[in-house]
Design a protein around this ligand. Structure first.
Ligand SMILES: [Zn+2]
Length: 279
């Protein structure tokens, strides 16, 4: 009988033991309302949800931190639901928090999976392996965008008009600076819908940011460049200040307002009002 050799402990990497990102208790990554076939508006709220997959725990954050704008666009789900109802529009809401992966950033962008959001460090996003990053993309980002693309392509095949509206909300104060705008109209190469929309929102007595507090770019956005600009469809990004859509009543009120103003802006564009399409 041979003498027993030294006991060897294998080095088992964390990845071999890591649970899959999404399990049976986790919801699907998006919620859709189909809308009426004759409605041209396609509403997408990339930051509507704040669910974290169970496997990620709290990402190392407190509940108080997870309640803030760093996790989601507060109030925008309610506004988008009401707006979709008013217009009979197709609507898609991302269910998972942008802290899991940001569905309004190109994959691989520095801000796709943030390690620092405003002043808050995100411990659970630090030191991710390539496989972990790929899994977040595969299970959260890709199915969401595949659903939007399917809707856009279905409408294209049917020869239906498409107006892509990206729905977002912004925090009233960011990095110590108050933001005065009630809402913002954002665009990059295509201002065809943004121009009449800016005018109509201002006529409602609102302080409207013209590409404020953010602007659309290929680095900081995904939906508008991919579904609007590159395919030639009308598009605009809307930002609403979060304290104005904190309650359900406020969300319904903004849904009503946008339900009037968006079709009016589309009508003004079709009648030949302002805006341009670059390149
Ligand atoms: Zn957003």
């Amino acid at each position: 009988m041979p003498a027993p050799g030294p006991v060897r402990f294998g080095i088992i990497s964390w990845m071999q033991y890591a649970p899959p990102l999404l399990g049976t208790g986790d919801p699907p990554p998006f919620h859709v309302a189909e809308g009426r076939p004759d409605c041209p508006f396609v509403l997408a709220a990339d930051h509507a949800g704040r669910v974290l997959p169970r496997s990620l725990g709290t990402l190392g954050l407190t509940q108080a931190e997870l309640d803030t704008h760093i996790a989601w666009d507060i109030g925008i789900a309610g506004v988008t639901r009401e707006l979709a109802r008013q217009l009979g529009a197709f609507m898609i809401l991302q269910v998972y928090s942008r802290l899991v992966i940001d569905c309004n950033r190109p994959l691989g962008a520095h801000s796709s999976i943030v390690e620092l959001s405003e002043f808050t460090s995100i411990p659970g996003n630090k030191g991710l392996s390539t496989a972990q990053v790929a899994e977040r993309a595969r299970l959260v980002f890709e199915p969401y965008h595949a659903r939007i693309l399917a809707e856009i392509e279905r409408r294209e095949r049917a020869g239906l008009p498409i107006v892509y509206v990206a729905m977002h909300s912004f925090t009233p104060r960011f990095k110590g600076v108050d933001r005065r705008w009630h809402c913002g109209v954002l665009y990059n190469r295509d201002s065809r819908l943004a121009r009449p929309l800016l005018q109509l929102l201002a006529r409602e007595g609102l302080e409207v940011g013209d590409n404020e507090p953010y602007f659309v770019s290929d680095e900081s956005d995904y939906g508008i460049p991919h579904y609007g600009e590159r395919r030639g469809h009308l598009s605009v990004e809307l930002e609403i200040r979060q304290d104005l859509i904190a309650t359900e009543e406020q969300q319904v009120s903004w849904g009503n307002l946008l339900g009037r103003v968006l079709p009016a802006a589309l009508a003004a564009h079709r009648a030949g009002g302002g805006g341009s399409l670059e390149g």
